[in-house]
Ligand binder design. Structure first.
Ligand SMILES: NC(=O)c1ccc[n+]([C@@H]2O[C@H](COP(=O)([O-])OP(=O)(O)OC[C@H]3O[C@@H](n4cnc5c(N)ncnc54)[C@H](OP(=O)(O)O)[C@@H]3O)[C@@H](O)[C@H]2O)c1
Length: 331
């Protein structure tokens, strides 16, 4: 099968479209024919070894100290089940599915455990749209609901509101009943309003701290602010939740946990099947929608990486995968 392979860390040019063996399917796995995937900020970080601050060493230990341990990136996917393992009960051949695999989705086929974060693709969504959900949707859900504990009536400010996680953070904060302020640039103001933001701040013209210390939660999805700045806009018991964090935020999360005032809360998002199914339900009912920045065919995945690395994408950068030759002839 064709896959986007990287054997060394570096610029997008280290990625090569290569023929590799199709993954073996274990008893409890399904083989998915990938129709769409994305390049996420996590894929860029792993390819470039761009782990922030003191997270560089843990990042390299996780991904491969001297060279990438898993040469095919790709966290999220949408496609069709081609093979089911002998113990699989949740899926059948032909099911259209989407999900979060962590890696391996930048390829024509992907093997996924049936108990992993994989669910039936909502009928109204294309594969491109479905593939654009799991990474940002799961992160936004877990950080807002579990770490920030957003409840109805809370005032939530989303910094980086037009990014891969931000577009879901705006919608899910609103869905959780919060009053949402979205921070983005001029060109994305209408978009974030359409996603449900009650208030918008154009960061190119004004500072989000202008309204004073009124927010219960400030979630920074794209490393655009700091606790020092956030404190000016947080209510006295408010929480600052940075998805990108380094030593300073780790230290502040420990020290602020011991006091009664404003806190820094950090965490790592999960990839639970139940959460993906929850998102699938919202998508099915039209209560959540993906935002696609751009599309690239698998052969041009290096260009997709370049777009992501610029940190000005709006939503997700989708990579489309043509069905393998044999399947095209049958179709
Ligand atoms: N801790 C965890 O478990 C976890 C989980 C998931 C993700 N993450 C991390 O969280 C980050 C998520 O990134 P992402 O994919 O959502 O980011 P992204 O898509 O790269 O963010 C780009 C967006 O940020 C906006 N932006 C840039 N500067 C801004 C500013 N000063 N104020 C407000 N918005 C600004 C841009 O808007 P304009 O183009 O309009 O400027 C653009 O739409 C990644 O670093 C990822 O590694 C962490």
């Amino acid at each position: 099968m064709k896959a986007a392979v990287y054997r060394t860390y570096g610029s997008p040019d280290v990625i090569r479209i290569t023929e590799v063996a199709r993954p073996e399917v274990a008893d409890n796995q399904v083989l998915v024919e990938v129709r769409a995937t994305t390049v996420t900020t996590a894929d860029w970080r792993m390819r470039a070894s761009a782990f922030p601050g003191i997270l560089w060493l843990p990042g390299r230990l996780m991904v491969g100290l001297f060279a990438p341990g898993k040469p095919v990136l790709g966290a999220e996917f949408s496609g069709r089940v081609a093979v089911v393992g002998s113990k699989v009960t949740r899926f059948q051949v032909g099911d259209e599915v989407f999900g979060f695999a962590g890696d391996g989705a930048h390829a024509e086929y992907l093997a996924v455990g049936e108990d992993a974060a994989i669910a039936l693709k909502p009928a109204g969504l294309s594969h491109d749209e479905a593939a654009a959900v799991p990474f940002g949707g799961l992160a936004a859900l877990v950080f807002l609901r579990d770490f920030a504990r957003v409840t109805p009536g809370r005032k939530v400010l989303v910094a980086g509101a037009s990014g891969g996680v931000g577009v879901f953070a705006v919608q899910l904060a609103r869905h959780l009943g919060a009053e949402v302020t979205a921070v983005t640039s001029t060109r994305n103001l209408d978009l974030v309003r359409s996603l449900g933001a009650d208030h918008v701040v154009d960061y190119t013209r004004e500072d989000y701290t202008g309204a004073g210390p009124v927010h219960d939660v400030i979630i920074d999805t794209a490393g655009t602010t700091s606790f020092g700045q956030a404190k000016k806009a947080l209510a006295p018991r408010g929480v600052y939740v940075p998805l990108e964090f380094g030593l300073t935020e780790i230290f502040r999360s420990l020290t602020t946990a011991m006091t009664g005032g404003r806190k820094v809360v950090i965490g790592i998002n999960g990839d639970r099947r139940e959460d993906l199914e929850y998102l699938a339900g919202l998508l099915e009912r039209g209560d959540l929608r993906p935002v696609i920045d751009s599309r690239f065919p698998l052969d041009r995945i290096a260009d997709a990486h370049r777009r992501v690395e610029g940190r000005h994408k709006t939503g997700s950068v989708v990579v489309t995968v043509e069905p393998p030759e044999a399947l095209r002839l049958v179709a």
